[in-house]
Design a protein around this ligand. Structure first.
Ligand SMILES: *[C@@H]1O[C@H](CO)[C@@H](O)[C@H](O)[C@H]1NC(C)=O
Ligand SMILES: *[C@@H]1O[C@H](CO)[C@@H](O)[C@H](O)[C@H]1NC(C)=O
Ligand SMILES: *[C@@H]1O[C@H](CO)[C@@H](O)[C@H](O)[C@H]1NC(C)=O
Ligand SMILES: *[C@@H]1O[C@H](CO)[C@@H](O)[C@H](O)[C@H]1NC(C)=O
Ligand SMILES: *[C@@H]1O[C@H](CO)[C@@H](O)[C@H](O)[C@H]1NC(C)=O
Ligand SMILES: *[C@@H]1O[C@H](CO)[C@@H](O)[C@H](O)[C@H]1NC(C)=O
Ligand SMILES: *[C@@H]1O[C@H](CO)[C@@H](O)[C@H](O)[C@H]1NC(C)=O
Ligand SMILES: *[C@@H]1O[C@H](CO)[C@@H](O)[C@H](O)[C@H]1NC(C)=O
Ligand SMILES: *[C@@H]1O[C@H](CO)[C@@H](O)[C@H](O)[C@H]1NC(C)=O
Ligand SMILES: *[C@@H]1O[C@H](CO)[C@@H](O)[C@H](O)[C@H]1NC(C)=O
Length: 550
C-alpha cells in the first residue's frame, strides 16, 4: 500500500542499531528486564520492532499506518527512565498496535475504509488514553476486515492481510492485522474488538491468546461501533501474562458515562489487577463443559485437525485433574443462534452516532447511509452482508418490518438464551465451557466468509472468553509449521480472573505456540548502516513464557 509506504519511508533515515534486545517473541517482562537493567534503551526497543516491520511486513501486510513521531515518544520514555522515575507504568515502553477502529488523535482512524481515510478523531478512545497513561508506545494501526464487518481481514484501504503461517489463508478477523502483527513480533501485543468473533478468530488463527471481556468491563467510548449489544474490546497477546497486564490497563477506565454498559460492573470486578492472581489457579477439580454442537465431526483436512487438537487438549485437562462434561443440548448450535444477531437492528444508529461525534474532525460521511452511498469505494460491497443492507433501512425502533422478527423479540430471545446458558452452568456445576473457536481451519484467501466460527454465543450473552492456542494442523508446503488452532474458554459474567488463571495453567501444560518461520529472521543493519537486512534464524529466540512456567 502506498499509504503505508509513505509512513514507512520516514524510518529509512533511522540508523539501525545492532540490538542487544531481541524483539522476537519478546514479552512485557523480557522488555522491562532489558530496559531496567540497562541492556537496551526505549529507542532501541522501538527501533528493533520498526526495522522488523519495514523488512518483513510484505510477508503479511498487517499494518495500515505507523506513527511518524514514535521515536520522539521513545526518547521521552528514555528521559523518564534515566530520571529513575518511580511512576513508570505497567506498560512502560511496550510497543503496541491498535486495530484501526480505535480512535487516536495522533493517527487517522479509518476502519480500513477509503471513505474514512480523511476522518480525524481529535480525542483518543478511552482505552487508548489508559494505555498511554500506563506508558504503552503506540507504534501504529493494524489492518482489519473493513469496518470490522467480517472475518477475512481485507479492506479497501489496507488490502488483504495474509496469514503469517500459511500464505494462502486469511489471518482470521476482523482483528486480523493485530493477530498477524503480534504473531510476527511486530509488537509485543495489540488490541482488537469483537462483535461476534473478532478478538477470538485472529487469536485462534495466529497461535495467540485473547480476552473478550464481559460486556461493560471496558469502555467502548471512541471505538468505531457496530452493535450496542455485542461490541466489546480487548487484548491479543503471545502469552497469558501479557494479556492479563493489558486487560488490567484497559479495564482501569472503569465507569465511563459515555458507555452506560460500564455501570454494570459489580464492585468485586472493579479495579482488578489480573496479573496479581494468575498463578493461584488450578485445573484440578475444575469442570469444563465441552460443547458437542460446536464441533464439525466430518472427517476432512479442514476439520479433522481441529477435532484432533480438541481431543488433545481435553486429554491434557483430564490428566491435570479437571473434569470434562460433554454438553449435547441442541441449543448450542452456532448456526441457529445466529438468528438472534442484533447487528442488523443496531448498526445504523450506532455508526451514525459515531460519525456525528463533535470530536470527529476531517472529511467523512455523516451517516451510515451516506457512507454506503459511496459504495463504489468499498472493496466489500454492502449487498454481500444481508445484515448491513438490512441495517440501512432497519433500526431499533422500526416495527414495520415483516421479513425479520422485531428488535424487541430479538432482545427477548437474547435474554432467554442468557438464562439458558446460566442454567447449563448451574445444572452441570460448570466452571467454564470449552469449544474450538472455529470448527475448521481458518479459510483460504478469496473465500466468501470466515465460516465455521462459534463466537456468537458469547457475543449475544455478553460472556467473557479467553482464547488459547491448542495445536496446529499437519505441515504443508504453504504452511511449514501447520495452521494454528485455538480454543475458547467461556465463563459466566465477571469471571475473567478465573478464566485467566485457567488459561495460565493451560499455557503451563506445554508450549503450543510456534513462531512463523519467516518471522524468525534477525533484522540488522547492512554494512553502510542504511538498509535493514534479514538474516536467518539463529535459533536463540527469547521465550514468550517467563522462566519457571515451563
Ligand atoms: C519481502 O521483501 C524481502 C526483501 O525485499 C524479500 O526478500 C522477500 O522475498 C519478500 N517477501 C515476500 C513474501 O514478498
Ligand atoms: C515522572 O512521571 C510522572 C508521571 O508520568 C510525570 O508527571 C513526571 O513528569 C515524570 N518525571 C520526570 C523527571 O520525567
Ligand atoms: C444506554 O446507552 C445507549 C446508547 O448510547 C442508549 O441508547 C440507551 O438509551 C442508554 N440506556 C440507558 C438506560 O440510559
Ligand atoms: C463440516 O465440514 C465439512 C468439511 O469441511 C463441510 O463441508 C461442511 O459444510 C461442514 N458442516 C457444517 C455444518 O459447517
Ligand atoms: C479420515 O480420512 C482419511 C483420508 O481419507 C482416512 O485416511 C482416515 O482413515 C479417515 N479417518 C476416519 C476416522 O475415518
Ligand atoms: C443447527 O441449526 C441449523 C439452522 O437452524 C440447522 O439447519 C441444523 O440442522 C442444526 N444442526 C444440528 C446438529 O441440529
Ligand atoms: C444517496 O445518493 C443519492 C443520489 O446521489 C441521493 O439522492 C440520496 O439522497 C443519497 N442518500 C443519502 C442517505 O445520502
Ligand atoms: C422501516 O422498515 C421498512 C421496511 O424495511 C422501511 O421501508 C422503512 O423505511 C423503515 N423505516 C425507518 C424509519 O427506518
Ligand atoms: C427460551 O429458551 C428455551 C431453552 O433453550 C427454549 O426452549 C425456548 O423456546 C425459548 N423461548 C423463547 C421465547 O425464545
Ligand atoms: C497433541 O499434543 C502432543 C504433545 O503436546 C503434540 O506433540 C501433538 O502435535 C498434538 N497434536 C495435535 C493434533 O495438536
Amino acid at each position: 500500500m502506498s499509504y503505508l509506504r509513505a509512513c514507512l519511508l520516514s524510518f529509512c533515515l533511522v540508523p539501525y542499531v545492532q540490538a542487544t534486545y531481541d524483539a522476537r517473541e519478546a514479552t512485557i517482562a523480557s522488555t522491562h528486564h532489558s530496559l531496567y537493567t540497562g541492556l537496551a534503551t526505549c529507542r532501541e526497543v522501538v527501533t528493533s520492532f520498526l526495522s522488523r516491520i519495514e523488512s518483513l511486513n510484505n510477508y503479511t501486510n498487517a499494518i495500515i499506518s505507523l506513527d511518524p513521531n514514535v521515536l520522539d515518544r521513545a526518547d521521552a520514555a528514555d528521559v523518564r527512565l534515566a530520571a529513575n522515575n518511580a511512576s513508570l507504568g505497567a506498560l512502560f515502553c511496550i510497543p503496541t498496535f491498535l486495530k484501526d477502529n480505535y480512535d487516536t488523535a495522533a493517527l487517522p482512524t479509518t476502519g480500513g475504509n477509503l471513505d474514512l481515510a480523511g476522518s480525524r478523531p481529535s480525542l483518543d478512545a478511552a482505552a487508548v488514553t489508559a494505555l498511554k497513561q500506563a506508558g504503552a508506545i503506540i507504534l501504529g494501526k493494524s489492518n482489519l476486515h473493513e469496518l470490522a464487518l467480517e472475518g477475512l481481514s481485507v479492506s479497501s484501504l489496507g488490502g488483504q492481510t495474509i496469514n503469517p503461517y500459511d500464505s494462502t489463508r486469511t489471518p482470521g478477523g476482523s482483528s486480523g492485522g493485530t493477530g498477524a502483527a503480534v504473531a510476527a513480533s511486530f509488537a509485543v501485543w495489540g488490541t482488537g474488538t469483537d462483535t461476534v468473533n473478532s478478538l477470538r478468530s485472529p487469536a485462534s488463527a495466529n497461535s495467540l491468546f485473547s480476552c473478550r471481556s464481559t460486556r461493560g468491563l471496558i469502555s467502548r467510548n471512541g471505538i468505531i461501533p457496530i452493535s450496542y449489544t455485542q461490541d466489546v474490546i480487548g487484548p491479543i497477546a503471545r502469552c497469558v501474562e501479557d494479556m492479563a497486564a493489558a486487560l488490567t490497563v484497559m479495564a482501569s477506565v472503569g465507569y465511563d458515562p459515555s458507555d452506560n454498559t460500564t455501570a454494570l460492573v459489580p464492585p468485586s470486578a472493579r479495579g482488578v489487577d489480573y496479573t496479581a492472581s494468575l498463578t493461584q489457579g488450578s485445573l484440578k477439580g475444575m469442570r469444563f463443559g465441552l460443547l458437542q454442537g460446536f464441533m464439525n465431526t466430518t472427517n476432512s483436512s479442514e476439520t479433522t485437525p481441529v477435532n484432533n487438537a480438541m481431543a488433545n487438549i481435553t486429554t491434557k485437562l483430564l490428566q491435570a485433574g479437571a473434569t470434562i462434561v460433554p454438553i449435547h443440548d441442541p441449543l448450542y448450535n452456532a448456526t441457529a443462534l445466529a438468528a438472534l444477531d442484533t447487528q442488523r437492528y443496531e448498526y445504523r444508529e450506532q455508526m451514525t452516532t459515531y460519525l456525528q461525534r463533535p470530536s470527529l474532525h476531517g472529511q467523512h460521511p455523516k451517516t451510515l447511509n451516506e457512507l454506503y452511498n459511496s459504495s463504489d469505494k468499498f472493496l466489500v460491497i454492502p449487498s454481500q452482508y444481508e445484515y448491513v443492507t438490512t441495517s440501512l433501512a432497519s433500526s431499533t425502533s422500526n416495527q414495520t418490518w415483516n421479513t425479520h422478527p422485531s428488535y424487541s423479540s430479538i432482545l427477548h430471545g437474547v435474554a432467554n438464551l442468557t438464562l439458558a446458558l446460566h442454567t447449563t452452568f448451574a445444572a452441570n456445576e460448570l466452571n467454564a465451557m470449552i469449544y474450538p473457536e472455529q470448527e475448521n481451519l481458518v479459510v483460504p484467501i478469496g473465500s466468501a466468509s470466515q465460516s465455521g466460527r462459534n463466537g456468537i454465543l458469547a457475543a449475544l450473552t455478553g460472556s467473557p472468553v479467553v482464547t488459547v492456542p491448542v495445536g496446529f494442523s499437519p505441515a504443508t508446503q504453504t504452511a511449514p509449521e501447520g495452521v494454528p488452532i485455538g480454543m475458547e474458554i467461556l465463563g459466566l459474567p465477571w469471571t475473567e480472573e478465573g478464566l485467566l488463571q485457567a488459561a495460565f495453567q493451560i499455557q503451563g501444560l506445554g508450549r503450543v505456540r510456534k513462531m512463523p518461520g519467516w518471522a524468525k529472521g534477525v533484522v540488522e543493519m547492512s554494512g553502510d548502516g542504511k538498509v535493514p537486512v534479514v538474516r536467518p534464524d539463529r535459533g536463540n529466540i527469547s521465550p514468550a513464557y517467563p522462566v519457571g512456567v515451563l
